[in-house]
Structure formats: structure tokens, C-alpha cells
Design a protein around this ligand. Structure first.
Ligand SMILES: Nc1nc2c(ncn2[C@@H]2O[C@H](COP(=O)(O)OP(=O)(O)OP(=O)(O)O)[C@@H](O)[C@H]2O)c(=O)[nH]1
Ligand SMILES: [Mg+2]
Length: 405
């Protein structure tokens, strides 16, 4: 009869969520944290795949750290039983704390790596691109993010509601914390590698799921790289995402925004692209004339009705603005997204953002009017706010201009 020896687990650190400059644990090149909760059916597979990949490129110079929050399905136990076959594997069982983001930081706190990473334990993040992320930080990036919103990226079979919520959450973040979320195309990603020195010495205060926000908001991140990936469907186990996580996300944004570091970070990092904004304004101004000219032609020459003429002329103006913005305002970004499909997507997004702008304008005029402002002043103010909205959201969501090198 063989007796399975209980494997020693890593003690969870306590106190502030703080990664030190110099690790007190066995040094290595790369430490990858795998946060888990009820992933007993996935853990063996992911450890096997990651080990196969990392053994080839970093033999003996990496570690996998499973941080499990005392899963009722005994994930930590299953993971610990793998240790004899996987010498690079370490397992932490947390019983006093819970939560994905804090689990990641606790894992990094016991890590010995110069580069620190995180990957989901449910195989939804393709391990195949891990080496690309690692290479990017080795070549000098402070942070390398796996993104669903760049070339080669996407989601496999998300429902409309989930896509909508994900984009809505990003939009809200772009408005509340432009200098943080606007830096990458996929701030919601939970798959990335960061260099230790970029986050060392900073106390983290994450809430909920989005640890990348914390790293972007509080870390010393100068150079960023992105690698496209497709977020796969879960094959085993269940998602832990609930409505509470959306509330956590709001609390997290609010906390980051209000924290001193967050505020400083906001101003320091918020490098408003004035030149681009000027071009966007010029293009928008040209659109007014296109709109009026087409409106005149439709009404006088074709004798179309008022509503049809208004809608058609507005759409022609939108097409005019889109083309100029694509060639001129955001020409540098378009050059990297040349395909017909990509251009069509940009155009549809541009339309949607403009439509959102019209609704926003109506709401603002109504609000300013209630505050007792003169009609014309209310309209002018609303136009100014909506121009900023159109510019910023198009910059980040349609043309995806980020800090990424
Ligand atoms: N340690 C720890 N890990 C967690 C916790 N919640 C989720 N995880 C792990 O974090 C990873 C992502 O969680 P998921 O629930 O799969 O979230 P998701 O991938 O964003 O969403 P789905 O597509 O719905 O699966 C998985 O490996 C989970 O097991 C937690 O509270 N503590
Ligand atoms: Mg998942």
C-alpha cells in the first residue's frame, strides 16, 4: 500500500498587500500565480500544460504558485498532491482571506521571480501565448497584457449581454479613470506579466476581480506591451462571476480614483492628446458644412421630407467625419488595422459613439435647462462635453489608441 505524504504548503502572508523589491524566497526568473476557487477538475491540466511550456524555455528557473481560497472542492489538496511530479509547483491555501485580486498579490508576495504573472486556473487563458508575454517584459516592457481587443484577440462565444456589460464597464472606467484604463486596450484582462520593480514598494488595495487596474493605477508602469488572445469557453467547473463583482468593480474604480496615489497617477499619467483633439475638432467642424450642404440638396433639389433629410444628411456627415478621422486624426492607429473588416468595425463603432453622443447631448441640455441655464448656453456646454466624449471614446474604443508600444 502506498502512502501519499502530505505536501508542505506555502503560508499565506498577512498584513498589507505589498510586494517587496528583493524577494526573501528562492530567486528565479519568472513566477506565475494561478488563483483558484473550486477548480479541482482544471488544476491538473493547467499545471501540466504550463510546466511543459516553461520547462522548455526556462528550465528550473520559474515557479507556478497556486493560490487557493480553501475551495470546498479541495482544489488546494489536489494541487498539493501534484507537487512530487512538478518540482516548480508551490501551493498556498488561504483560510483567512478571500477574493481573486488579493489572492494574486498574496501569491506575488511569496514569489521569487524578477517577473510576476497571473493566469486563470480554468484554461480560459491560452497558455500558448505566455512566452510572448514573458518575452515582452524581458525585452524591457514593464507590463505585458494579454488582450482580447487587439489583432488576434477576441472572445469565443459570449452572449450579447456579457459583451455589453464588459464594454459598458470599460466605458465607465474610461470616463472615471481615463489615465488608468485608457492606457491599454483591455483593462479587464486577468492575464498579464509585470516586472517586479514596477509594482514593488507599493501597497495595493484591490477590490474584487480586476487586479490589472490596481497594477496600472498604482504601479510604476512606463512601457506596456500587448499580445492578442481569444478568451476560450470553460470546459470544466463553473464561473464565479456574480452581480456582486460588478459592484466590486465600481467600488474599485471609486477607490482608485479617490486614493492619493490614484489621483496623482491620474494627473501624472493623463497626457491629453491635444494635437489629435484639434484635428478631431477640425474634422467635426467640416462635418457641419457637409451636413448643411447635403441637407440643402435633399430638401431643395430632391424635395425630401424634413426627417428623412435630417437623418440622411447627418449620416453623410458621419461618413465624412469617419473617413477624415481614419485617414488623418487617427491615421497612425488605422495603419495597423488595415483590413476591410477592421475598418467596417471602426465605422460601426464610430456611428454608435456618435449616436450615444446625441443621446448624451439631449440629456445634458435637459439637465442644464433644469438648472436654469439659458437655452443657448446649455446647448453650447452640452456640445463641448459631447465633443470630448466622442473624441475620448472613439480614441479608446474605435481606434484603440493606447500607451502600448
Ligand atoms: N483564489 C481565488 N481565486 C478565485 C476567486 N474567484 C475566482 N477565482 C479564480 O480566478 C479565475 C477566474 O475566475 P472565473 O470565475 O473563471 O472568472 P472569469 O474567467 O472572468 O469568468 P468566466 O468566463 O465566467 O469563467 C479562476 O481560476 C477562478 O478559479 C477567489 O475568490 N479566490
Ligand atoms: Mg473563467
Amino acid at each position: 500500500m502506498s502512502i501519499i505524504e502530505p505536501q508542505p504548503l506555502v503560508n499565506p502572508p498577512t498584513g498589507p498587500l505589498f510586494v517587496s523589491h528583493v524577494s526573501h524566497f528562492s530567486p528565479c526568473r519568472f513566477s506565475l500565480v494561478i488563483p483558484t476557487y473550486n477548480e479541482r477538475r482544471n488544476i491538473g491540466k493547467i499545471v501540466e500544460v504550463l510546466t511543459r511550456i516553461l520547462d522548455k524555455s526556462l528550465p528550473g528557473d520559474y515557479e507556478l504558485i497556486v493560490v487557493d481560497d480553501d475551495s470546498p472542492d479541495g482544489t488546494w489538496e489536489v494541487a498539493a498532491a501534484l507537487i512530487p511530479n512538478y518540482p516548480q509547483l508551490r501551493v498556498m491555501r488561504r483560510q483567512q482571506e478571500r477574493g481573486l485580486s488579493s489572492a494574486v498579490v498574496r501569491g506575488w508576495q511569496v514569489a521569487g521571480g524578477d517577473f510576476l504573472g497571473v493566469i486563470d486556473g480554468d484554461l480560459q487563458h491560452p497558455p500558448e501565448i505566455l512566452l510572448q508575454l514573458l518575452r515582452a517584459v524581458e525585452e524591457g516592457a514593464d507590463l505585458a497584457v494579454a488582450s482580447r481587443h487587439v489583432d488576434g484577440g477576441g472572445v469565443s462565444r459570449w452572449s450579447f449581454i456579457r459583451r455589453f456589460l464588459s464594454r459598458g464597464a470599460q466605458l465607465l472606467g474610461l470616463v472615471m479613470l481615463p489615465g488608468v484604463l485608457g492606457r491599454v486596450s483591455d483593462p479587464m484582462s486577468g492575464y498579464f506579466v509585470v516586472s517586479r520593480c514596477a509594482i514593488a514598494g507599493t501597497t495595493m488595495h484591490p477590490v474584487g476581480y480586476k487586479i490589472l487596474l490596481e497594477v496600472l493605477g498604482r504601479g510604476k508602469i512606463r512601457e506596456i506591451s500587448e499580445v492578442g488572445y481569444v478568451f476560450c469557453e470553460r470546459c470544466e467547473g463553473e464561473s464565479k462571476v456574480t452581480w456582486r463583482h460588478y459592484l466590486d468593480y465600481l467600488r474599485h474604480l471609486w477607490r482608485l480614483r479617490n486614493s492619493t496615489e490614484g489621483k496623482l497617477g491620474w494627473w501624472n499619467k493623463f497626457n491629453f492628446p491635444w494635437q489629435r483633439f484639434f484635428r478631431f475638432g477640425v474634422v467635426g467642424f467640416s462635418g457641419v458644412f457637409v451636413d448643411l450642404a447635403v441637407f440643402h440638396f435633399l430638401r431643395r433639389e430632391l424635395e425630401l421630407g424634413l426627417t428623412r433629410s435630417t437623418i440622411l444628411s447627418a449620416e453623410v456627415a458621419i461618413i465624412n467625419n469617419f473617413l477624415w478621422n481614419d485617414i488623418w486624426t487617427f491615421g497612425d492607429a488605422s495603419r495597423y488595422q488595415r483590413g476591410k473588416r477592421q475598418r467596417l468595425r471602426r465605422f460601426l463603432k464610430f456611428n454608435l459613439v456618435c449616436l450615444g453622443g446625441v443621446v448624451l447631448q439631449a440629456l445634458l441640455v435637459f439637465g442644464f435647462d433644469k438648472l436654469g441655464l439659458n437655452d443657448y448656453l446649455a446647448k453650447l456646454l452640452a456640445i463641448a462635453v459631447v465633443t470630448l466624449w466622442n473624441f475620448w471614446i472613439n480614441l479608446k474604443l474605435s481606434w484603440r489608441v493606447t500607451d502600448v508600444k
